[in-house]
Design a protein around this ligand. Sequence first.
Ligand code: G6P
Length: 604
Amino acid sequence: MCGIVGILGNSSAVPRMMDSLKRLEYRGYDSAGVATVAGGSLDRRRAPGKLSALGDVLASNPLEGNSGIGHTRWATHGEPTINNAHPHMTERVAIVHNGIIENFKALKDELKAAGINFEGDTDTEVVARLMTRYLDDGLPPRAAFQETLGRLEGAFALCVLVAGEDNLMFGAREGSPLVIGLGDGENYLGSDAMALAGLSNQLIYMEEGDWVELTRDQYQIYSAANEPVDRTVSFSQVAATMIDKGNHRHFMQKEIYEQPTVVAQALGRYLDPIGGVVKLPDLSFNLAAVPKITLVACGTSFYAAQVARYWIEQIARVPVDVDIASEFRYRDPVYADGGLAIFISQSGETMDTLSALRHAKAAGQHIASIVNVTGSTMARESDLVMPIHAGPEVGVASTKAFTCQLAVLAAFTIKLASAKGEIDDTQVADYVAELEHAPALMAKILNADQQIETIAQDIAGARDILFVGRGIYYPIAMEGALKLKEISYIHAEGYAAGELKHGPIALIDENVPVIGIAPKGGLSEKTVSNLQEIMARKGKVVLFSDDEVPPADMYAHVAMPTAGDLISPILYALPVQLLAYYAAVEKGTDVDMPRNLAKSVTVE
Ligand code: G6P
């Protein structure tokens, strides 16, 4: 949420910052801005709306300087106007910020009482004016920054330039991620490895409470206690070329179609097809002794958790609690002694999920995380990290991360079931073989996308669409509804098919398409009966199923490959993603950057 970049370089900073902001735009796109310091003077350009609007401003009014800070905004305090856009600047400092300064009102009142005027409504401007005040009081830059940090409460990542100092930058991390990039006679700051992909592959992930003073040749990190500290330098594997649409029209399209490849990659890290076993990273606890599992996540990752509950309970026979992260700690959960809490997050930075992780950790649970970004805060705070190896996901609506999360959760389930003695070696090998087959079947589904595109075009005019499924396909129905509403803005809901008659069926008429997810066997007959009830009320039913003889009078039937319950949820994720994607394209919405959303939600 909000993207930050800072460059202390030896060539013009603006084009390099714009390049970096392009890769960060997924974090927020309500407004964008850059500031530089050149010959000691601070200057900035800002524009509401997408980064391209800032590009237009810079084209007609360029900005010089080799040192700069840049920002893409997802609005929290204050509308996405030019005045509220970052960088926030006084005659002495320019600041970009990600997060929320919770005590900003008290600080603002204090500064106003001292006669200081404000131009916008953001919490960030308070930081700029506060630091300016300390500089005006005669403090040198480092002390002024340190004093300012001491006054702030909340979650923030900050990047600061100081007037008169062409070779100086400050950064701070408290709750929101910030990464230092090391270059050759240059140094950088960024929200994540993606921000710095084109600049540096030597990264230092700052820890909670850390702050840093940077020049082109040096950096010094200080802890929350203001003690100088050393932090590990790690090597980033995110190359700028990985964050490219290639021949695709949208990142989301690229990410949907690369799923067979990335799921195969993910499975390759966890499965040994020859030995027929599952490999997990080394464990610091005994999996066989885990009495209960708690799964916590947000958004699409939450639906992956819901699918996993069915697997873990049915195959490993371990009780599972599944929670939406923002609700989790407030319900005062009852943990089991020695329980395992697993946090699922593409970014590894979602604030609600991270707070839930810390809650479970404080309660003595074993902590595992399933993340895409391996240098993320969640990964660093976990006992066991299971990376999903999906590669950078840029489209705001998650697709490949979802199927890779499922692949990893399926592998984990097999390992757990085997550790618990619920399945023998032959069954493990059978499950491994089934999972290995998933990428080929996924490719088959994606190759037959034409029919889904046509259906999507037909239903794109609907006002409401329902997705229904039962059992393990119920979370897939909810994920389908989420995908559709996120990017096409069509109102959609996912329901357990059997629940329709308890209310939602009142919505059905000839204008409401209903998408049924019902692979043959198991509960499919029941789901199909529920769909018959809809058709009897003129509902327009689209069925995704491998059943060769679907009920008559159906509006459309999309034939799916037949597969077992371990990989079917992964397969059925694809048609619902395609449906949402093509409906959004038909409606002409901004597929990769849907309104009001951001990919990495680092506020509560
Ligand atoms: C945002 C994104 C969703 C994502 C959710 C959780 O809402 O728009 O696509 O599923 O955050 O993100 P995480 O990084 O924790 O998986």
